[in-house]
Structure formats: C-alpha cells, structure tokens
Design a protein around this ligand. Structure first.
Ligand SMILES: [Zn+2]
Length: 189
C-alpha cells in the first residue's frame, strides 16, 4: 500500500507513514495513525464501491442474458409447438392422403412381362388397375382381359405392347390363308 504526504504529496514509505514524518519536506503529520486509517479506509471504500458497481453491472448483464435466453427458448418452443401441433399434423396427413388418392387414380404402373417397370398416366381417373403385372395380363385369355381390364387392354394396344383386335384378326386370317395355301399345294392333283 502506498501513502502520500499530505503536505508535499511525495510518496511515503511505510516507515515514514507510521512515524508520521515526511523525509522530503521534513514535516510531520498531526496524527500519523489517523492519516494512515483515513487513507486506508478511503482506499477500502473505493475498492468496495468499485466492487459493488462491478457486481451490479455483472448482475444486470447476467439478468439481461438470462432474459434473452429465456425469450429465445420460449420463441423456439412456440415454433416447435406450431410445427407439430395436432392440428398441423392432421392437415399434413389429409394432404398426404389426398396426394396418395390423386396418385392412385392418375398413375398406372406396369411391371413384369419382360418390359421392365413403366409408369404411365391413366387415360381417365380411376382407382382400378393401378399396379399391373403384365405376366398376369399375358397369362389371361384375350376375352378375359377385354372384359375385366378394358382400360389396360386399350392402353397396352396404344403402347404397342399387345396387338389390337384388328391386328389379331388380320394375323389369324393371314395364318389361315398361308395354311390353306400350303394345304392346297400339298393336295395338288
Ligand atoms: Zn512531505
């Protein structure tokens, strides 16, 4: 701790301060102990005051920080609640169901029959024959496909995957004609 002479302001050693005399100006203090106490108390008070001010400042800052954090957490919580509220979930579910229904009524998926998977649009909105195994279709008599899966038959004809009735008829007639000619040649008299 440093002390200053009350007369000349010179810095005093501890020895000078306790003895109550300044070596620089050769003056004495009226009450060296009181002088010592005053300076000491003043210093202590200043330190205490600064400490209190700092504490108050820290407390204010801490409070501010905590308030901001709390506000942020509350905002975030509100947002999460809004995002995942039962009402929002229900809305999302209805939307997904709607998408699925539209998808199911609009899209047709062919697979099997050695053509690989093909996704096409249905000619008209329908929930029938959305996923079609071509092996099943090819395995059924033409008349069964025509009566039970008319839309599939028409679409496959348009896609050129199966022949149309006319083409089938033509092909049968041609085969019959060829067969007849072959027989005629065989039975030549
Ligand atoms: Zn002095």
């Amino acid at each position: 701790m440093k002390w200053k002479c009350p007369h000349c302001g010179n810095e005093l050693s501890e020895d000078e301060a306790t003895r109550g005399s300044c070596f620089s100006c050769k003056k004495v203090f009226e009450n060296p102990l009181k002088f010592f106490d005053d300076v000491f108390i003043q210093r202590e008070e200043t330190v205490k005051k600064v400490e209190e001010l700092r504490k108050a400042q820290n407390a204010r800052e801490k409070e501010q920080r905590e308030r901001e954090e709390k506000e942020f957490a509350e905002r975030r919580e509100a947002e999460i609640k809004q995002d995942y509220s039962p009402k929002a979930k229900k809305k999302l579910l209805i939307f997904l169901l709607l998408v699925l229904v539209i998808f199911w009524g609009t899209i047709r998926i062919y697979y099997g029959g050695e053509i690989g998977m093909r996704v096409v649009l249905k000619a008209s909105f329908s929930f029938k024959d959305t996923i079609v195994n071509l092996d099943d279709i090819f395995g059924q008599p033409r008349i069964v496909v025509a009566t039970q899966h008319p839309a599939v038959k028409k679409q496959l004809e348009e896609m050129g995957i199966i022949e149309t009735d006319d083409q089938g008829f033509d092909r049968t007639m041609e085969k019959l004609q060829n067969e007849t000619e072959r027989l005629m040649r065989g039975f030549r008299f």
